[in-house]
Design a protein. Sequence first.
Length: 231
Amino acid sequence: MQRKRLIAANWKMHILPAGSCTPDSVYRTRANVDVWVFPSYMDLHSTQYHGLVTGAQCGRAEDDGAFTGDISMQMIADQRYHAVICGHSERRRYHNETDEMIARQVAAALRTGLIPILCAGETADQHDRGEAEDIVRKQISSVRMDPAVIIAYEPVWAIGTGKTPNPSDVEKMHLFIRSLLPAPEKMRIIYGGSVNGKNAASFFAQPNIDGALVGGSSLKPDEFRSIVEAA
Ligand code: PGA
């Protein structure tokens, strides 16, 4: 089955890249490749207003309440944003998000009509101990899975480090992840971790890598263009 490729730009806590909202922006979605952007909360309105397919980097499961500093999935959905990242390793690490919290976030995203991108991946130590599959299985199976969910396999040791796993090892992991999913042929599994204009094509050559979640390289429009073109 042909799954449409998705390139997701995770801009983290950075300002909008130059030219991102211009008519000829490289961040616009294309007929044959989905291109979605995930700016900081401060810039969500702006990218959506300018016609970029926009999602949030995280959201809270509760619809409202006394949660200073947080924004709910419901609020994100009310503004008609498209998608939300759940369980990014930086949220797990710096905000102590657990599998249980992430499961509730994914459920809230689905309930409010957002497309969740669920991140899963092992740390360097877990990788060295040969525990990658066990960790990823645990992270994915703690979520009540739905065919609308997109999975991002992001080995923590590859994020922002310039180190990448071998594309054939990623392909193996994606096949393993696919075996855990309710609609394996239909669901998209994208890879994240130091994807750049040079290595993107080697990942997309693998039949089970359906796109990329891109951090650092998504802040550089020319680099990002090469990644989208490779897809
Ligand atoms: P990176 O980040 O592309 O800078 O490694 C990926 C991510 O954090 O999603």
